[in-house]
Structure formats: structure tokens, C-alpha cells
Design a protein. Sequence first.
Length: 277
Amino acid sequence: MVQEIHYTVKTNRQNNNKFKSELPVNAKPGDHQMRKILIIEDEQDTASVLKKSLEASQYQTIVIGQGEAGLKAYKEERPDLLILDLGLPDMDGMDICRTIRKGDDATPIFILSARTEEIDRVMGLELGADDYITKPFSIRELRARVDVFFRRWDASVSKNSFARSTITSDGEIIRGPLKIDPVRRRVTVKDQIINISRKEFDILHLLASSPGKVFSREMILEAIWGVEWDGFERMIDSHIKRIRSKLEKNSVHPEWIETIWGVGYRFNDNMDRYTFS
């Protein structure tokens, strides 16, 4: 039985050898829980507990102890999720996150770090991390966050119960010239693909799935990140600003995402107002 463990001291650094886990004996091919998780963590004790705990939940794990080797493993293995330490011996984990996000907005990244300052947490999330967990941490909570993330991911892909007038049979949301495809995670305007990040897509999809509904910043944080982030509500404003710059003809007078002053945001539910031709 996995114990709840909190880390308070640094442990010996491991080398950069890669350790692939053996699949559990009861694993089945195609099991939705048999996802591959890459752990880039140089503390041996931390990496060992992460590996054992995640494998107990039938995840496949790969453990790497250095940044350069971790990037190589990411490219070769294409994991379903990355758990990333920031204080690696050969490079900063922020640089790894930045490098990955330049060409990959889809692979989820959980940062696991002893850096507890607000600026570090904000920077990690702004770079594209899906979660930021500080040390010392609860292994049970981390595993629960991983489980919840994949449940939300599966639900977002399979959900197709939006308003019939704005959604196709395979879940694609259509609002005038705007199309949001949750299966391919693709956004197009007038059939032109929009380069949009993972979190930007999630926020846009959340708002567009309930046109006319007002979402507070807290609601968006909880829905997209899965937890409450006290003090981080203004980060939503930055994401909305980037979404508007990519979608709107005039981001100062947006047509798609409206600001409800003092409350939050909502997706425009008045089809007659769309002026794209």
C-alpha cells in the first residue's frame, strides 16, 4: 500500500540512465489507464516513489535524471504526460518546458518543484504547464491529480451533448465561421487553422460549449486546471487576451468572447452579431 510521503530534504542525484517500467501483470493492451508517463527528476527517492505509486495505478513510467536526456526521451517515447522537476543538474526545467511548448501544445506537463515563490508558479503555468506542484508534496494528491486530469481529458474528447444548433454529431462546435474540434483539438476560422496552445484551446472550448453562460475567473481556473489557484485569477486574463488576438478581427471590440466586467467572461450566443464573411 502506498503511503502518503512528504519530502523535506534533497536526496542523492541519480545518473541519467533511463529506467522503463515493467507493465503490471494485469495490464491489458489498449487499457485507458495504461498511459505512458515520463518523469524527469534527479532525486532518486522522489523518482522511486513516483514510479511505484504511478505503476500501482497501472501507468507505465520512464524515469530520467537529467534534462538533456529527458528531452531526448520525450522525443523518442512521446509520453502521454510529463512530470518535470525544475532543479535538474544540467539544465533548468523551465527551459525544458519552454522547448517542448515551442512545438507541442498537446502533451500535458506537471511541474514538480521545490520553488514555492509565486513568480515561479506563474512562470511555469504561463509557459504552458498544466499543473504546478510544490515540494514537499503528497504522493496521494499527485496521483489523484494525474487520475483526474486523464478523466477530464477523456470526458472532453467524448462529450458531444452541446446545443444541437452549434455542434456536429462528432462533437465539433460551429459558431459562424469558427469551428472548434475537440477530437483533433483544432480551431479554424473560415477554414484557416489557428495556432492555439493547449490551455487556450481548453478555455475556448469551455466557453464555446456554453454560449451565453458567464464564467468567473475562478470557475475557469477550476474547470481547466482542476484545482483552486488563489491569487492566479489574473492569469486567465492573459490567456483570454491571447485567444482574442488570434481569433478576433478587432480584439479591442471582440465578437466571440465578451468581458462581463466585475464577473468574468462569456462566449457570445447571438449568432446575428457575427460579422465575419
